[in-house]
Design a protein around this ligand. Structure first.
Ligand SMILES: Cc1cc2nc3c(=O)[nH]c(=O)nc-3n(C[C@H](O)[C@H](O)[C@H](O)COP(=O)(O)O)c2cc1C
Length: 160
């Protein structure tokens, strides 16, 4: 099995998480920005990670485009999604807390589309907090990445 990590990043945080995943995953994975992905890239791989910043309670356009344009290519692929997001507790805004509860984040939406397109979730989506909007990712997030990838490595081993 071989893997592909698709990400998009404005300030570099989601890219950083994608690179951490690449380093920590035992499976050899290629790293590609979402705006560079072709259908063949998806078809060529067995395991696909998709990472997006959360913006306006959703995934960003280049990620949405990959999911829409190449939707049939995801059929039967093993997948894992993650997003980066601001910590709502740190932001401390009643209005934003209400909006987040109502409209959510990127990764849960990525999972929904992937499942609809016949992909198999290795694990439910992951998320990582960034400080403010521009980051960097928090120290806790880095520890979570390590823990999450250890679990994903185990699952991938079970699949073979
Ligand atoms: C225009 C804009 C909208 C954002 N909207 C949200 C949001 O709805 N929810 C959230 O948790 N974070 C939000 N953020 C924070 C982003 O999630 C954060 O900038 C992103 O994780 C950084 O990732 P990147 O460095 O890969 O671009 C927003 C940031 C910007 C600049």
């Amino acid at each position: 099995m071989k893997g592909l990590i698709i990400y998009y990043s404005y300030y570099g945080n989601t890219k950083q998480v994608a690179e951490d995943y690449q380093k920590l995953l035992e499976m050899k994975c290629e790293l590609l920005s979402a705006d560079k992905v072709t259908e063949a890239d998806i078809l060529d791989n067995d395991f696909i990670v998709i990472g997006s910043p959360t913006r306006a309670f959703n995934m960003v356009k280049p990620v949405k485009k990959v999911l829409k344009k190449f939707k049939t290519a995801f059929n039967n692929k093993f997948v894992l999604s993650f997003d980066t997001r601001a910590d709502i507790v740190q932001v401390n805004s009643k209005f934003l807390t209400f909006m987040v509860k109502r409209f959510g984040y990127a990764a849960e939406k990525i999972d929904k589309i992937l499942v609809k397109n016949g992909a198999k979730l290795i694990e439910s989506y992951k998320w990582y907090f960034v400080k403010e909007s521009e980051g960097p990712i928090t120290d806790e997030s880095f520890l979570e990445i390590k823990n999450d990838v250890a679990i994903i490595n185990k699952k991938l081993k079970e699949i073979g």
